[in-house]
Design a protein around this ligand. Sequence first.
Ligand code: TYM
Length: 350
Amino acid sequence: MAFVERVFSGVQPTGNLHLGNYLGAIVNFVKMQETHNCIYCVVDMHAITMGMDVWGGPAELARNTREVTAAFIASGIDPKKHIVFNQSQVSGHAELAWIFNCVARMGWLNRMTQFKEKAGKDRENASVGIFDYPVLMAADILLYRATHVPVGEDQKQHLELSRDIAQKFNNDFGDSIRAQGANDGLFFPLPEPLITGPATRVMSLRDGTKKMSKSDASDNSRINLTDDADTIAQKIRKAKTDPEPLPSEEKGLEGRPEADNLVGIFAALSGRAKADVLREFGGGQFSSFKNALAELCVAKLAPIAGEMKRLVADPGHIDATLNDGADRARAIADETMKLSKDIVGFIRRR
Ligand code: TYM
């Protein structure tokens, strides 16, 4: 079956959207709109897999869901031409995840490095949801039979699992799929991860070996999309570096994670290659490079922060956008669920 190309991706509403989310994912979401039909989801059902101390409780979840929606729109996603919605409004995500729970194997999930990181030492006390997280992710994508998934580097393993689930479903139910008229026995596409650009893994500003993360205790480790100009400049000035001047060639960044990270951020924000950035700043001191980086960061992020502020001030409008997106998402999802239920053998009302 020739699958229609469609893009799907999601972001968790767990607070503190940062430069990593923006450069690793949202910038690519915006780009993909030019060539594809896109569905962008605020994955509120994923957000509650961690303890309530992490996602903040009901009021905070709703506030963060609106904030991520505002960030999408402020960054340039067009919710009229494409689909923007929150996951919990479309019941197919949970329904398909259940079917996939019975396709995926414990061994596959046991290998997920993000589960090991998130559960930490106290696995007995981790929620079942956090273990099952990647299965719900596969359901998110395949509910729309999406073919392309723009994400940051940290989601690569989850995307591989989504492909494994799609393939096993197609194999397990091959005869039933063919009986429904698909001669090649393929019902789900194997979704392709799109991990592109010079900042697929933005690192902490305090430690170049650690990923920039929402959950880092130090706010100075990340640039939040809601930070004001002074805060951004200050965080960049304080960012950890090493004593050497910047190299003139990319090879010179090897073994210098902090320098590599800052050059990568500059490249991503300016749409230039790292080599090109080093041609301009190589040989110079970090202080002048940091000034230029701070200026660039403020120039790119301040308008987004301003627009987010304006948008979240009108929650009614954001909710209407999410409702409209959910209606359009549901129309696609319902069709997939109808066919999936027929394939599995669930009797449904006709
Ligand atoms: P989340 O909310 O943790 O992150 C959203 C996106 O931001 C990317 N990202 C980064 N990219 C570069 N550098 C970083 N430091 C960095 N930190 C985060 C993530 O890779 C992601 O693309 N599981 C997903 C949400 C999800 C999803 C999906 C994604 C749920 N269902 C279906 C794609 C398709 C997540 O944890 O995102």
